[in-house]
Design a protein around this ligand. Structure first.
Ligand SMILES: Nc1ncnc2c1ncn2[C@@H]1O[C@H](COP(=O)(O)OP(=O)(O)OP(=O)(O)O)[C@@H](O)[C@H]1O
Ligand code: SF4
Ligand SMILES: [Mg+2]
Length: 342
């Protein structure tokens, strides 16, 4: 069976122009620059990376809010670009998004009932008009809100409650896939876990598949089955959560993990902290060879000349080790740094 979602060579370049009247193209913002991943049914793929690495742009392409410059998005083996009309609409219904900021993504002048029921205006076939309020009440209950709140406005809710409203809207069309773009980043730390737990419960209840985006590896650790680490428009390392958290082979992932707080003081002592130097390069001017090389402490001459492929290192092909997973580094087979914690 093909994966429920597969992304091949996904690219989004925004033209960079100069001039107001006569716009001249002077380059491109390479927001997403060749992303590949698969999502199995019922699975959670965590996508992690610093601000500006292209996470939201990937999310928007998955749900059809942006058109890819190149590459393919396959839903159960079918290329979305090859679909149109009713067939495309049916697939779109199955891939819904939960947004980062529950303060700006909910229309303040609409009632909660109208916000959650809005998707039925576009897909009336899912719920007949007379049945919509009942469905919305049910959705409020499912996300842990009182169905009596149906006529209230967003400002009458806390941040965590607003995100529950956003999740209810995402569920309205009974999708199979939810793309959650930093769903807890705007929330207080104390409510983040509640919202992550809610998403986990809903996944079990409705058999959902998740693409869960975060800028912090510690946020997705709890929920992700597999993780993809993004840097400057590409996935640079991907594997199961154990492979990525305990045996990272890409220097970027190693650096990100070294910054995650460790509760155990002994493990903290043993751990090496890797500080990333320099700024993230501009996506209009991506370094030659390995795009991470300007900030990589392991960089050598070869790194400027050759683009490392996202692949299992050849030397580890036949070795049973958790380091045997895909990593876009020429030296991913070299013994990784011990990060402590074990
Ligand atoms: N419409 C656009 N036109 C031009 N450049 C854009 C556009 N949208 C995004 N970008 C640029 O593309 C890059 C990736 O943006 P994106 O929002 O996908 O990053 P992100 O990983 O989601 O960041 P954050 O963690 O801040 O949400 C950034 O450099 C951004 O400035
Ligand atoms: S290929 Fe070179 S620059 Fe890139 S991550 Fe590996 S060592 Fe660093
Ligand atoms: Mg974003």
């Amino acid at each position: 069976m093909p994966p429920i979602l597969e992304v091949r060579g996904l690219v989004k370049h925004y033209p960079l122009t100069r001039g107001v009247l006569f716009k001249k193209r002077i380059g491109a913002v390479k927001a997403v620059d060749g992303v590949d991943f698969e999502l199995a049914a019922g699975e959670t793929l965590g996508i992690v990376g610093e601000s500006g690495c292209g996470k939201s742009t990937v999310a928007k392409m998955l749900v059809g809010l942006e058109r890819p410059t190149a590459g393919q998005i396959l839903y159960k083996g079918e290329d979305l670009a090859a679909l149109s009309g009713r067939a495309l609409k049916a697939v779109r219904r199955n891939i819904q998004m939960v947004f980062q900021d529950p303060y700006t993504s909910l229309n303040p002048r609409m009632t909660v009932g109208d916000i959650i029921g809005e998707p039925y205006e576009i897909h009336p076939e899912v719920a007949p008009k007379g049945d919509r309020r009942r469905r919305v009440r049910e959705l409020l209950d499912v996300v842990g809100l009182n169905p009596e709140y149906i006529n209230r406005y967003p400002h009458q809710f806390s941040g965590g409650q607003r995100q529950r409203i956003g999740i209810a809207r995402g569920l309205a069309l009974r999708p199979e896939i939810i793309v959650a773009d930093e769903p807890v980043s705007a929330l207080d730390v104390s409510v983040q876990a509640q919202v992550v737990n809610l998403l986990e419960r809903l996944q079990g209840e409705f058999g959902l598949s998740y693409v869960f985006i975060a800028h912090d590896l510690s946020v997705v650790r709890h929920i992700a089955d597999r993780v993809g680490v993004m840097y400057l428009g590409r996935i640079v390392e991907t594997g199961t959560d154990a492979e990525i958290y305990d045996h990272p082979t890409h220097p970027y992932t190693q650096a990100l993990l070294s910054a995650v707080p460790v509760p155990d003081p002994d493990a903290r002592e043993r751990r090496e902290r890797i500080l990333l130097t320099g700024d993230v390069p501009s996506p209009t001017n991506i370094p030659s060879g390995c795009r991470f090389r300007t900030r990589c402490w392991k960089a050598r001459e070869r790194c400027a000349l050759e683009v490392p492929a996202l692949a299992v290192p050849a030397a580890l092909h036949d070795v049973a080790t958790p380091a045997r997973h895909r990593s876009a580094c020429h030296f991913a087979d070299e013994k990784h740094i011990v990060l402590g914690g074990a």
